[in-house]
Design a protein around this ligand. Structure first.
Ligand code: UGA
Length: 448
């Protein structure tokens, strides 16, 4: 099939590459000329496991900044542009609306096409987009019965985006239009049936999921996305709340998470306590869900509590640091990890960066290290007063304390006793609890 994805960010790009790999003809469109230039040279503009390799495979995959160049060939168009938060918590729909506007203007009036929203949009926006495009086509004398619409929310995670795209737990196809469902079902068939040739450089999850396909209406599909993300966020917040009480009682949170996770109904995932959740999705989607609920005069105290607990985790860490260092102005503190989670170079909306910023605000001299996110951080946070360090050793030297803010695996295998010797005080705040249970000579490790 001929596929066009509008937006080649995390969602659009990984979807485009995976669809091309399983044999479709795919064109990726983006307004960001820098990104498109890189992709034309088969270079990935984001750091994702396996993406560089996959981009160099023989596939019918091309990139352009011009939707007009490619739209007339499309059997399926994905809208996969960003929906960042507005100051009031609502999702900013400007990019989605602009994509819908372009489609409405450029599509030939007799074009038979399925238009699919992959961007995370507030409930009801799929039908708004559908109306907008239908009106535009009929205003140009077109036959709108050729137009088919569906919502197809995305569940991939940054860092494992391709693994999640090839081996998903589920496809949700939100449409009451049989033709749209059939088109999407056929498009994804090799992934739904898991019959594609495995790309050798993408890890297969263990256990390997049995991919399921669920057909719903558009509104339910939109809600499934928000309800899933916010549920995962509140699961982590719950683990963090329990961890706070466990600390007071002298219980071991790692054991508590393990014990809870052995119950199949709870499952062992997203129970890791620590500095809390960040990234481009959980904070944005929980705020958006609250904004939607307010619009409908409905209260969601559980969602609000998940956000409150998440914010409180950062305060808990700062209080722990204050209790030990007392005075922060002039103190040198090393922060290990800036990305919002390991295995990504994405340093936006990162709890780790927020901690580093808070320490600077309180007068500390803050050295920062990240194995993959430094290049991005040097650009985005150039005015934040951080001292960027290329190695963990450099960041730790002469520090009064060190904070492990992102649980990069490489931090676990460091020679902590050697690092501590170079610090003014061998004090490590393990805000991701990744060294829990480990002992090192002359190092004091304080968990969160
Ligand atoms: C999340 C969802 O997991 C995806 O299913 C969804 O498609 C995506 O949002 C999206 O809406 O696009 P992502 O933001 O990439 O994916 O990251 P996660 O792996 O879910 O982690 C989110 C945050 O939770 C990170 O800051 C991570 O450090 C934190 N976390 C995760 C914990 O604090 N504890 C845990 O046990 C797990």
């Amino acid at each position: 099939m001929n596929v066009v994805t509008i937006g080649v960010g995390y969602v659009g790009l990984n979807t485009a590459v995976a669809l091309a790999y399983i044999g479709h003809t795919v064109r990726g469109v983006d307004v960001d000329a820098r990104k498109i230039d890189l992709l034309k040279q088969r270079k990935a503009p984001i750091s994702e496991a396996g993406l560089d390799n996959l981009l160099t495979q023989q596939m019918d995959l091309r990139f352009t900044t011009s939707l007009a160049e490619v739209i007339q060939e499309a059997d399926i168009i994905f809208i996969a542009v960003g929906t960042p938060s507005l100051p009031n918590g609502h999702a900013n729909l400007a990019y989605v609306e602009s994509a819908a506007n372009d489609i409405g203007k450029l599509l030939q009036p007799s074009h038979d096409v399925t238009i699919v929203v992959k961007s995370t949009v507030p409930v009801g926006i799929n039908s708004q987009i559908e109306r907008q495009i239908r009106e535009s086509i009929s205003a140009r004398g077109g036959n709108t019965s050729y137009l088919h619409f569906a919502s197809n929310p995305e569940f991939l995670r940054e860092g494992t985006a391709l693994m999640d795209t090839f081996y998903p737990d589920r496809f949700v196809i939100g449409t009451e239009d049989d033709r749209a469902f059939e088109m999407l079902h056929n498009l994804f068939m090799p992934i739904i049936d898991q019959t594609f040739e495995q790309p050798p450089f993408i890890d297969v999850p263990n256990p390997r999921p049995k991919t399921q396909c669920l057909r719903t209406n558009q509104i339910s599909a939109e809600m499934i996305k928000y309800a899933s993300n916010v549920f995962l966020a509140l699961k982590i917040s719950y683990a963090n709340e329990i961890a706070g009480l466990a600390e007071k009682l002298g219980a071991n949170m790692a054991d508590i998470s393990a014990g809870m996770g052995m119950d199949r109904r709870i499952a062992p995932y997203f129970l890791q306590s620590g500095l809390g959740w960040g990234g481009s999705c959980f904070p944005k989607d929980s705020l958006a869900l609250l904004s939607i609920s307010r619009d409908y005069d409905y209260k969601m105290p559980i969602v609000q509590a998940a956000l409150d607990v998440n914010n409180a985790q950062k305060d808990r860490l700062v209080q722990k640091i204050l209790t030990r260092l007392h005075i922060l102005p002039g103190r040198r503190i090393a922060v290990y990890g800036l990305s919002f989670k390991p295995n990504t170079d994405d340093v936006r909306n990162s709890p780790s960066v927020e901690i580093a910023q808070e320490l600077v605000r309180r007068g500390a001299v803050v050295t920062v290290h990240d194995p993959e996110g430094l290049a991005n951080a040097r650009v985005i946070y150039k005015d934040d007063g951080f001292i960027f360090c290329d190695t963990p050793d450099e960041a730790a030297k002469n520090a009064d304390a060190l904070v492990i803010a992102t649980n990069w695996a490489c931090y676990k295998t460091l020679d902590w006793s050697a690092i501590a010797k170079t610090m003014r005080q061998p004090l490590v705040f393990d805000a991701r609890n990744m060294l829990r249970g480990m002992r090192f000579d002359n190092v004091e490790i304080i968990g969160l």
